[in-house]
Write a protein that binds this ligand. Structure first.
Ligand code: SAM
Ligand code: SF4
Length: 319
């Protein structure tokens, strides 16, 4: 079992397979060109899997594949199958912008992926284009439909932004409800890589908008999810992820691995260590030692109360 320095059990590993993306969401990535990590500096699937095996052997029970846009990395289905074949009861999930799902959803289902979270910030073509810097709505909707058709349980992620998609939050909730997806509104996390002009809505503002049409009650927090759930009168539940708070830190069970082998104990904490060399040298003892050291130094709480913006790039850490 993996226990951190504050006695929390860590059983959830988020793995970013690339920091590259086919979108340029204003809240995540700069629009102008910047340098990607060269492909040769990324861990191969074999290397990532070697680390994942250590994690699973030590007690990891849930793995989420993320990015950048994870579906951009070639043969992702083969990588997912490596994990599934090693331990088929792992809760194996993916976070994606959905753009490549029309052609990949069935393949991903066939190799053991269990759940998919898909980002959808608006149902209007021009607004999606404004946010993602690309005309993608039709393809993303097709991707969501295909993923649902092949049998995935789907969650929708939406980042509410002032004067951009704030008038659509009820529509996005109703779209999700109608199709049986759970929607989670994620408070915008300020970071140096986002467009400095954008402003997010906080949880109170999001709730106020939903209240214009629906009554709902706050649900009791279960488990270690950072999402605070709310229940409409008809039983439908939506979530709000409130990263600026730290009440979910006490039950935090997660650790993040970037595509270039950096192990991050907390999204809002600058400390991190690389397992790249150890893994590439097949030095399992050293990689395990670094892993445990990172967990021993996992902070008790996030540091949002000390900063107003993060220097971490979400497309590197995987959100
Ligand atoms: N490309 C995939 C996607 O967009 O779903 C996966 C990676 S993305 C970094 C993971 C999640 O982080 C997405 O749901 C995205 O909306 C969210 N995200 C990115 N930047 C964010 C920010 N600054 N604040 C809040 N959420 C953010
Ligand atoms: Fe790409 Fe996801 Fe970041 Fe948007 S949020 S730029 S889709 S990594």
């Amino acid at each position: 079992m993996l226990i951190d320095g504050f006695g929390r059990t860590v059983d959830y590993l988020r793995v970013s397979v690339t920091e590259r993306c086919n979108f340029r969401c204003q809240y995540c990535m700069p629009e102008k060109p910047f340098s990607w990590v060269p492909k040769e500096d990324l861990l191969s699937y074999e290397d990532l899997f070697r680390f994942i095996k250590i994690g699973i052997d030590e007690g990891i029970k849930k793995i989420r594949i993320t990015g950048g846009e994870p579906l951009l990395r070639e043969n992702l289905d083969t990588f997912i199958n490596m994990i599934y074949s090693y331990k088929n009861d792992i809760d194996l999930a993916l976070t994606t912008n959905g753009y490549l799902l029309p052609q990949l959803a069935q393949k991903l289902k066939n190799v053991g992926l269990k759940r998919i979270n898909i980002s959808l910030d608006s149902l209007k073509k021009d607004v999606v284009e404004q946010i993602a810097n690309k005309d993608v709505l039709d393809t993303v909707l097709e991707g969501i439909k295909e993923a649902s058709k092949v049998g995935f349980k789907i969650k929708i992620n939406c980042v509410p932004l002032k004067s951009i998609n704030e008038s659509e939050l009820v529509d996005i909730l109703e779209f999700s409800k109608k199709h049986g997806y759970q929607v989670r509104f994620i408070e915008f996390m300020e970071n140096n890589h986002a467009n400095s002009m954008i402003e997010g809505l906080n949880s109170d503002e999001i709730q106020k908008i939903i209240k214009t049409k629906y009554n709902f009650k706050k649900c009791e927090r279960i488990g270690s999810s950072p999402s605070q759930d709310y229940e409409l009168e008809d039983g439908y539940k939506f979530g709000i992820i409130e990263p600026h708070k730290d009440d979910f830190c006490a039950t935090c069970n997660r650790v993040r691995l970037t595509a270039s082998g950096v192990l991050i104990p907390c999204l809002y904490f600058e400390d991190a260590q690389s397992i790249k060399k150890a893994i590439q040298n097949n030095d399992i003892n050293e990689a395990t030692k670094i892993f445990k050291n990172v967990l021993a130094n996992k902070p008790e709480k996030n540091k949002w109360n000390e900063v107003t913006t993060s220097s971490r790039a979400f497309y590197e850490t995987g959100g």
